[in-house]
Design a protein around this ligand. Sequence first.
Ligand SMILES: C[S@@+](CC[C@H](N)C(=O)[O-])C[C@H]1O[C@@H](n2cnc3c(N)ncnc32)[C@H](O)[C@@H]1O
Length: 222
Amino acid sequence: MTTRTYLRRQGRISRGQARAISELSDQFLISTRLEVTRMPDWTAVFGRSAPLGLEIGFGMGHALLAWGQRHPDWNLLGIDVYQPGIGSLLLGMAAQKLTHLRIINEEATSALSECFDPASLDEVRIYFPDPWPKTRHHKRRLIQPGFAALLADRLKPGGRLLLASDWQPYADWMLEVLDGESGLAPMAETWTSRSAPAAAAAVATRPGPDPCSSSKRWAPVW
Ligand SMILES: C[S@@+](CC[C@H](N)C(=O)[O-])C[C@H]1O[C@@H](n2cnc3c(N)ncnc32)[C@H](O)[C@@H]1O
């Protein structure tokens, strides 16, 4: 049995969110276990070749929508299992007429390993994953050495991994895990001495709408 990394959130799904799921799933939702028997061809799914970006654990979808608005030239995917969040993201996409986003309604580790070829992702973002503060729960944290290795493998050479946490002990944990992953190197230039990194990573520790767009408010620590 795999360790569950997400809280069982109580939030009830609203009528609008449920309607968005029932009406828009065919167009935008991918449930790997049910529908995908082989690696998806993302160029075919999106109908175009474009940089491929992924947000893991998008919650209510705010950051992913913002990414989509700013980058109509990217093919963007989000992974989450939280149904009100999936409904909310679909509602946002419809309101903003964003058609270059897709949602994978699946557990993150299996989705990342089953839906993406090695060296296929240009950027992966994981913002504010559940910190699991109690020591006995640390094994539930999404960011673990095996997961970091999988991320490094799925990122393209030169691709970027952006992590954020507003819980300093978890940010420290992220740094420790990334530091142990030889396929990733810190984005800060002072750390580029490592040989031939597969991809670059950054951890930010202060809350904000998006570490990429508001770098002055963020403390990049790796
Ligand atoms: C603390 S919330 C953060 C949401 C959002 N990134 C934000 O900044 O508000 C973590 C999210 O990650 C999702 N999540 C955690 N572990 C997951 C997993 N293994 N697979 C899929 N989703 C996961 C949860 O369902 C939840 O929506």
